[in-house]
Design a protein around this ligand. Sequence first.
Ligand SMILES: Nc1ncnc2c1ncn2[C@@H]1O[C@H](COP(=O)(O)OP(=O)(O)OP(=O)(O)O)[C@@H](O)[C@H]1O
Length: 260
Amino acid sequence: MVYDQKSRPGLDNISIEIDRGDFAFLVGASGSGKSTFLSLVLRELVATSGSVHVAGQNVARIPSWRVPKLRRGIGVVFQDFRLLPQKNVFDNVAFAMQVIGENRNSIREHVPEVLKMVGLEGKEKRKPNELSGGEQQRVAIARAIANKPAILLADEPTGNLDPATSVGIMNVLDRINQNGTTVLMATHDDGIVNSMRRRVIELSAGKILRDETAGEYTSMIPVVNQDGTRELRVAGPGELSKGVPSKQAFAPFDTEDDMP
Ligand SMILES: Nc1ncnc2c1ncn2[C@@H]1O[C@H](COP(=O)(O)OP(=O)(O)OP(=O)(O)O)[C@@H](O)[C@H]1O
């Protein structure tokens, strides 16, 4: 995926397959290509070379009038929730169903089920500003799955949440995945990735650095050289699965003065 000819491609000659029902984390430094990847799946971008297939369809071949139908099969969750502030919890979720023309009866029946699924029973009447961040993200997830998408894309869904709240959100995403939805989540949250042990696809400068079935967040492991100096190096295949080093181990130097 080339944005402009003068800079390096956003994604560079990658080939990857995510199976129906997978749960995959997309990790990598800022600018590595995660958002580009998600935008290609949503057909917000069309690949400048190669092809992107979503649910069996080459998305470049979908005429623009049918793109909304493609997107109906893909739920999206963002770091900043993006709820409608004037609407209450029920109506935020109901709105997603109204725009695709669902009738009132099925909305009235289905929204409470979705809210139960994300753990928000009893909060139907609250406005977003009367909810915690974690609850707002649950509403956003409920809205994203209201139309039973085959795929759920989550772009840094725990980025604004504390660790305990993030665990709750991951439990919800895990449950959604167990019900058959493919989940692809871009994240910088190392704690979450290391505790979930799901597929990890790491991008670096637009290329795939690794793709592991039960991976960890970082491909860097701390090493102590023979002369006693410490550094991080990229782990080889399988090295990361030998156990999760403590957070301390990831801080290679205590202070800048400590650096070699
Ligand atoms: N609209 C754009 N026009 C030109 N270049 C872009 C555009 N969007 C992204 N890029 C470039 O493509 C590369 C990949 O960016 P991308 O936003 O996909 O990274 P990312 O991994 O999502 O980063 P972050 O973690 O900060 O969200 C970067 O070099 C970026 O500068």
